[in-house]
Design a protein around this ligand. Structure first.
Ligand SMILES: [Zn+2]
Length: 99
């Protein structure tokens, strides 16, 4: 059983969580992803707070970050705190843990 097999309290948002060398991130549509956190649980709690805060406020369409695995262009990314950029940088530097 993988370490990610735990039942999430936010199963409908499963594709919003990524684990990087820096920690867990919750990906959001706003300018700053949430993280890094030391556990997925903390990232989920942060996303729950974030969703409560932004419910009914943000009506922008879902971005490319929510179509599963895809290419993320770190050179053109405008996020101030981006989990996917952190992950890409870690991959470039070989910092990912070996599973
Ligand atoms: Zn990015």
């Amino acid at each position: 059983m993988s370490k990610n097999a735990a039942v999430s309290s936010l199963p409908q948002y499963d594709d919003r969580f990524i684990e990087t060398a820096a920690g867990w991130y919750a990906l959001v549509r706003e300018n700053s992803d949430l993280g890094p956190f030391i556990s997925r649980f903390e990232a989920e709690q942060a996303l729950e707070r974030h969703l409560r805060l932004y419910r009914g406020v943000n009506h922008r369409p879902r971005g490319e970050a929510f179509h599963g695995i895809g290419v993320h262009d770190t050179a053109s990314c405008r996020k101030a705190n981006c989990g996917r950029c952190i992950e890409a940088r870690a991959l470039n530097h070989g910092l990912l843990a070996v599973y």
